[in-house]
Design a protein around this ligand. Structure first.
Ligand code: ADP
Ligand code: MG
Length: 719
């Protein structure tokens, strides 16, 4: 370890601490922790003294200036410090085991009740005379009169031998921590109080020039204020995480992430790649293949891709565009560049159905060029697989389309030059790497079917260059989206009939319940019978689902494409890739069961021709969240706005939907709350990397990244 790296690792503590500590000291040696608690902390990712210092409170309470109970109003959320008078079973429902009610008083002569369900264990804690801080919403108790808090958070303030400094927990602005197993908020407060008090003003890892320009406070000061804000601090600012100290720590977290991503980009781009030639022949072939005139956005994006491919370093690009914006043809053009240069292109899809769709699409697109296209799926027979693999390894196949099977099995490419990943939020970074290694640093293009909110694009895909198709092909009319309840299904059917009489076609889609295709299949089959026998006995209706063989699927899809079928009843297998411009109605049954992104994808199956299209969302019972989703969809057709809302409603982890999604672990930063700080941190990190104020400062920062990045964000810095 070099000398100059040391200060950051050993951010110092005041010698008054019994044991000498630095940020990397195992947390068990921090006073008040010990081996048992260290184990509980480890489960939260807190392994060192530094981790503990960065463990931010999730909320702050001002316990210096509390309202007495008799001045509380129903509806307000408040902190109350009061003493238990008695604990009782609620009078109105004596036999309801597990419910516990405590009556508190704070000397203002007005009692406050607090009620918890399934919480018998509280009876031991809440003995008469125990003082506690309660935090929750105050309500009028409609059963017994008076004021009540239902399920308040609470913290017992006395009766713990460790509470040597009682002044820590009341009479001031108090940090509230998420408990880690048996390590309660109070323990965190005690331990962190000691730790932050002993924290020296040691060197700050954040580059001085950046810190000054952004006017951010220094590290030690920020950590002290994070945990124990000075009394004059604005409570609202604190709870919005926007005090200078909090801002600095959030900024720092994002800054190092972005610095690491910049480092990774540089490393990847300095590898030797393929320099594809953009000859006249390539241009002619593209022209020959193109079924239409590309939009300005498509031209721009293709230009970006072509430039990357011509460059000697490997391409790492993310292509974003709303459903129907025309990404397929962009992928096809990139493939032409690779194939005309004598290389193979691989296209990776998240599901077999999607891979098959791509296969059918590309076979049609490349007909004029006579490319050999091979589909590799896990479900093929052994013989088929062998045959196809040989086509790939001998170089006979120009274009290879497949699922995970492409990377998991021993598929050898003759000369892989381009990898296109249709990602759909389902692939992790690891898989990307695995496929890349099949070629000599092939160019990589990642396409997403659902737009990714910018904050996520900057973090999860921060090492990729970004291309956006922000324009729909000409002649598209916005789709009208309508919400109907199950009771109104007759209206939906008569509308459907009118459209079909006018020569159009329609989809009716059934959801999978809890990811279970079988339930969707049953619903779709039942509906199919009902529709063909009773509702529309005169219409030609087809049924499509995942259990059909590839040929059967093809046959149904072809019949629908040719207009022989007027209605297609389906499970969500049609979510992506189906393209029938004459279909103008999309009916989504039990729309409350779909996620926003999926609904938007399904809706994107219509509105592909010149006629006005409609999406009808039919719902049963609506939860509040489902209502919000339906409203968002009815009000907006913009995929980017919808995915921003989706991110807000579900949070980043759910939004990305996989553990391997490459989502970094943040300790203080919050992608939704702090997107403005993320933007600033990215700008500063890129700027710092491009124009470092001095070589020393740059090298010091990069060393810090190398030493901390992987552990801190759970991401791999180098492949
Ligand atoms: P995406 O994959 O982005 O959802 P597609 O590539 O499937 O979208 O394109 C949607 C539809 O628009 C397809 O029918 C495609 O042929 C058509 N399309 C794409 N680009 C154009 C264009 N420039 N002009 C006319 N039609 C286009
Ligand atoms: Mg290249």
């Amino acid at each position: 370890m070099s000398q100059s790296a040391a200060p950051f690792r050993t951010l110092g503590f005041h010698p008054s601490l019994a044991v000498s500590l630095d940020f990397s000291t195992p947390v068990q040696y921090v006073k008040g922790v010990g081996p048992k608690r260290a184990e509980e902390l480890a489960a939260k990712g807190i392994q060192t003294a530094g981790d503990l210092l960065y463990y931010a409170p999730f909320r702050y309470e001002d316990r210096s200036n509390l309202k007495p109970v008799n001045r509380l109003a129903p509806g307000e959320t408040a902190t109350v410090i009061a003493t238990v008078v008695r604990v009782q079973a609620p009078r109105f429902r004596r036999r309801d085991l597990g419910m516990i009610e405590a009556i508190f008083t704070d000397g203002s002569r007005m009692p406050l009740a607090a009620r918890w369900f399934h919480a018998q264990y509280l009876a031991n804690l809440l003995q008469p005379g125990v003082r506690a801080a309660l935090y929750g919403k105050v309500e009028f108790d409609t059963y017994q009169g008076g004021l009540i808090m239902l399920h308040p958070e609470f913290e017992i303030l006395r009766g713990d031998e460790e509470d040597e400094d009682a002044g820590l927990h009341t009479g001031r602005i108090v940090p509230v921590y998420e408990a880690a197993g048996k390590v309660s908020t109070r323990v965190f407060r005690n331990v962190l109080y000691r730790l932050t008090s002993a924290l020296d003003d040691a060197p700050d890892p954040l580059p001085e020039s950046v810190r000054r320009r952004m006017r951010l406070p220094e590290l030690a000061e920020s950590l002290r204020c994070l945990h124990f804000p000075p009394q004059e601090t604005d409570l609202r600012l604190l709870n919005a995480f926007r005090t200078p100290a909090q801002t600095r720590l959030i900024f720092e977290e994002f800054f190092w992430l972005q610095a690491g991503l910049a480092l990774k980009r540089d490393a990847e781009r300095s590898a030797a790649g393929i320099s594809f030639q953009l000859t006249d022949r390539v241009r002619e072939q593209i022209k020959k293949m193109l079924p239409f005139k590309p939009t300005a956005a498509q031209k721009r994006v293709l230009g970006e891709i072509a430039r990357d491919m011509a460059a000697p370093s490997p391409m790492h690009r993310l292509l974003q565009g709303d459903v129907g914006s025309g990404k397929t043809i962009i992928a096809a053009q990139a493939a032409v560049i690779a194939v005309e240069n004598g290389y193979q292109a691989a296209i990776l899809a998240p599901t077999e159905i999607l891979a098959t769709q791509h296969y059918l699409n590309f076979r049609k697109i490349f007909e004029p060029l006579r490319y050999n296209i091979v589909l590799l799926l896990g479900s093929l027979t052994k013989k088929e697989k062998e045959l196809n693999k040989r086509a790939v390894s001998t170089g006979f196949a120009h274009i290879v389309i497949g699922t995970h099977a492409l990377i998991e099995e021993d598929v050898a490419f003759a000369h892989l030059g381009l990898v296109i990943i249709d990602e759909q939020h389902r692939f992790g970074v690891l898989q990307r790497k695995a496929l890349q290694q099949k070629g000599v640093s092939p160019d990589v293009l990642v396409m997403t079917a659902t737009p990714i909110p910018r904050t996520l694009a900057l973090t999860v895909y921060g090492d990729l260059d970004l291309s956006v198709i922000d324009e729909l092909p000409p002649g598209r009319k916005p789709i009208r989206t309508i919400h109907k309840t199950r009771h109104e299904i007759e209206q939906v059917y008569s509308f459907l009939l009118r459209e079909i009489r006018a020569g159009r076609q329609a989809y009716i889609v059934y959801p999978a319940i809890e990811e279970n295709e079988a339930t969707a299949l049953k619903a779709a089959e039942a509906a199919y019978r009902e529709l063909t026998q009773h509702v529309f006995p005169d219409l030609r209706i087809g049924l499509l689902h995942g259990r059909l063989s590839a040929e059967e699927k093809d046959r149904v899809m072809d019949a629908f494409k040719r207009g022989e079928l007027q209605i297609l009843v389906s499970t969500t297998v049609i979510e992506v890739g189906v393209d029938v411009p004459n279909a103008t109605v999309m009916v989504i049954e039990n729309a409350e069961r779909f996620g926003l992104a999926q609904l938007h994808q399904l809706r994107g199956r219509v509105g592909r021709g010149a006629a006005q299209s409609y999406c009808i969302l039919v719902t049963d019972k609506l939860s509040e969240a489902a209502q919000e989703r339906i409203r968002t969809l009815v009000e907006s057709g913009d995929g980017f706005a919808i995915s921003e809302m989706d991110l807000k409603l579900r949070g980043p982890g759910e939004f990305l939907g996989t553990r391997q999604s490459g989502l970094p672990v943040f300790r203080i930063g919050n992608l939704i709350r702090d997107h403005d700080i993320l933007e600033a941190a990215r700008r500063e990190a890129l700027d710092f990397a491009a124009h470092p104020p001095s070589k020393e400062e740059f090298e010091r920062a990069m060393r810090y990244v190398r030493e901390h990045w992987q552990r801190r964000y759970g991401l791999a810095l180098v492949g």
